[in-house]
Write a protein that binds this ligand. Structure first.
Ligand code: C5P
Length: 213
């Protein structure tokens, strides 16, 4: 299969030394890209900054901001069998970026934020993508309901949902416990290493491809 994976957190500059970001290590997306390459798939990995090693045998495209990630996805998504959006994209960015370091003068500072593009939400209509579309949902409550809503709104084939209020999984952890949320059913996946989960997820995507083709 030809796979596109987004991973890591985007970084939205405030001034030359500061930025807004999200709490994401990028480990799940990198594990998916790695597993994909090991299985012989052609993998394009579009990633925000992380501290992880670039997986071998992937077409690696580093980006910083959500807008750069959007441009890279727009350029690369055509012809992919599956697009897996695991990046933690900042929903907002500063309305303007200061050219010089903002000085500590006033007691309070107000930062004006504007909405970032919804990359996953652009796949179907803006980019006319008709392959398998996989989103991620990190939720602290109503996990399955919120994930199913995301699945419907973004026209995904599958949403990987994880409960970020649970300790020891998700975020910086090497393990995760997820629900695979499909339009008609939900499949709980017990806690496992992100490497093994990546293989389980690629198997699930392969099954979707077989059913769809
Ligand atoms: O942040 P949220 O929980 O809404 O993210 C859900 C999914 O949408 C994830 O797959 C994430 O990678 C994707 N996303 C995106 N562009 C955004 C926000 C989220 O592609 N601006």
């Amino acid at each position: 299969m030809n796979l596109l994976v987004t991973a890591g957190a985007t970084r939205e500059p405030i001034d030359p030394v500061r930025y807004l970001t999200n709490r994401s290590s990028g480990k799940m997306g990198y594990a998916i890209a790695s597993a994909g390459a090991q299985l012989g798939h052609r993998v394009t990995l579009i990633s925000g900054p992380t501290s992880l090693d670039i997986p071998s045998h992937v077409d690696f495209i580093p980006v910083e901001t959500a807008q750069e990630m959007l441009e890279a996805v727009k350029l690369k998504i055509g012809g992919k069998d599956a697009a897996i959006f695991s990046a933690a994209v900042a929903d907002y960015r500063p309305a303007s970026v200061s050219d010089s370091k903002i000085k500590k003068t006033a007691d309070a500072l107000t930062l004006e934020l504007v909405q970032n593009p919804d990359i996953l939400g652009s796949a179907r209509h803006q980019f006319k993508y008709d392959g398998i579309l996989v989103g991620f949902a990190a939720e602290t409550e109503n996990l399955e309901t919120n994930a199913r809503e995301k699945l419907r709104q973004k026209e995904c084939d599958l949403v990987v949902a994880n409960d970020i209020s649970k300790k020891g999984i998700g975020f910086d952890s090497d393990h995760n416990e997820v629900l695979l949320v499909y339009p008609e059913h939900t499949r709980p996946i017990p806690i496992d290493s992100k490497e093994r989960l990546a293989h389980t997820l690629l198997q699930a995507i392969h099954e979707l491809k077989v059913v769809g083709s």
